[in-house]
Design a protein around this ligand. Structure first.
Ligand code: 4AD
Ligand code: MG
Length: 433
């Protein structure tokens, strides 16, 4: 019992025929003479409260005139099962105690532009759609944690302040660090590599930062990423893990969050198909798909958002694209011994145009080769001495990947843009609220 005096709307079925108090906010109200209806929102659900002239004191009945949208109230009444009521129950009101009368609420049922809503994000979170999205996000996070926890992975939190880049120097956020320089982490990968040598299989899960100057529907400057890393695992093991993991997360979330996905009017047909095995194709095969679809594409380039959409449209499940040209990938990627121009990497592209949700691969485990790559990429050698140590002391083949939470939530919820998948999004144009 979290609060001794109030029950939650989501638990209301346990109280049929009983008198309860619910503490919440006025979502909406409507009147019809001797009776008025109050839609009461308490964060766990919405219940219809029936206020009848014959059941309540005069001053309570008159509250219909003063209670504005989002005023906070405590409502006492009798729980009554009624299949016509939204949610199957209504509350026959005996008393209403206003807690605070809200000023004129800026978000009304009329259409507002996205910028207006984003400026009021702190209030927008109260609306049904945003509520549903963030409950799905929570379910995604829980499924992710359960998957790794139940498979014997150890959680290793990686630092936010870092001395160097992991995913390229062009998207680094620099900050003053007691007169020196520090960068906000782009990925916890390098640290979970160290941890994998200590614990065998590990994951980190936290916020990551990229100074993305482009304004796309797939990019945030602050996003959450989960990154597993496994010692003695090669690229194939990594792909096996990625597909088992993604199937688990998607299937569990669509089961657990059926109600929320209904609110979002998400068609679940494609999500139900997210089951192993996923198709695995090489970069070269992906380029062939682009050619077949008459997409102008330069062999050797990385895929852009539109390219990914075309490639993934050829399949009705997530597709794993492996072995990209090493030049377009990060310094730590191991090269394919069969073809050293290719990296032993994999991107998982979600169907329905959602693009890359997972990026990962096998890591360079040879000391000399890694040092050479660090130099080729113009990275500061000093800052990487600890990372090179992992190749000095018991180096082994190892692999891992990163899944972006917001892209995954956007895909599962069927949203065009990822900005609504995080409570307070950060983009090149937005630091408020
Ligand atoms: O492909 P990325 O850059 O890979 C890494 O960071 C590796 N170090 C991960 C690893 O192997 N441990 O990013 C991984 C995922 C992408 O597939 C995407 O889902 C997400 O992170 N992502 C972003 N999400 C939102 N906004 C951005 N700016 C993102 N950049 C990457
Ligand atoms: Mg990537």
């Amino acid at each position: 019992m979290i609060r001794k005096n109030f029950v939650y709307v989501e638990d209301i079925s346990q109280y049929d025929g009983k008198e309860v108090s619910i503490a919440g906010w006025v979502y909406n109200k409507r009147s019809s003479g001797k009776i008025w209806f109050l839609l009461l929102r308490d964060g766990t659900g919405i219940i219809q409260c029936v206020v009848s002239k014959k059941d309540v004191p005069e001053e309570v009945f008159e509250l219909e005139k003063t209670l504005t949208q989002e005023s906070s109230v405590i409502v006492k009444g009798l729980v009554h099962a009624d299949h016509r009521a939204p949610g199957g129950y209504e509350l026959w009101v005996r008393h209403i105690e206003p807690v605070h009368i809200a000023q004129e609420y800026p978000i009304t049922p009329k259409e507002h532009g996205v910028d207006f809503l984003m400026d009021h994000r702190h209030l927008w979170l109260r609306s049904t759609k945003q509520h549903a999205i963030l409950r799905v996000r929570h379910a995604v996070v829980r499924a992710i944690r359960d998957f790794f926890d139940n498979n014997g992975f150890t959680l290793i939190d990686s630092p936010i302040f870092t001395p160097s880049a992991c995913e390229g120097t062009t998207t680094l956020f620099e900050t003053d660090y007691f007169g020196g320089k520090a960068y906000l982490t782009q990925s916890g990968q390098l640290y979970v590599e160290a941890a994998a040598m200590a614990f065998g299989k590990v994951y980190c899960f936290g916020p990551t930062f990229r100074a993305e100057k482009s304004k796309t529907r797939r990019h945030l400057t602050e996003f959450w990423m989960v990154e597993p890393e496994v010692a003695y695992a090669d690229l194939d093991d990594n792909m096996d893990l990625a597909e088992e993991f993604l199937e688990y997360v998607v299937q569990r979330v669509i089961r657990e969050k059926e109600k929320e996905l209904q609110v979002l009017e998400r068609d679940l047909t494609m999500l139900e198909k997210v089951k192993r095995p996923f198709p695995r194709i090489t970069y070269d095969e992906a380029v062939e798909i682009l050619k077949k679809n008459q997409v102008a594409f330069e062999y050797g380039d990385d895929f852009g958002g539109t390219d990914e959409t075309v490639i993934s449209s050829a399949f009705d499940k997530p597709v794993m694209v492996h072995r990209y040209p090493a030049e377009v990938k990060a310094f730590y990627m191991k090269r394919d011994p069969q073809d050293p121009s290719k990296a032993l990497c994999v991107d998982v592209l979600a169907p329905e145009g959602y693009g890359e949700v997972i990026g990962g691969g096998q890591r360079e485990d040879d000391y000399d080769t890694l040092l050479q790559r660090i130099r080729e990429h113009g990275l500061p050698e000093d800052a990487f001495q600890w990372y090179l140590d992992l190749r000095r002391y018991g180096s082994v083949p190892h692999s891992g990947f990163g899944l972006g939470i917001e892209r995954t939530v956007a895909w599962i919820c069927g949203l065009k843009h990822i900005r609504e998948t995080i409570p307070f999004p950060r983009t090149i144009y937005r630091l408020y609220p």
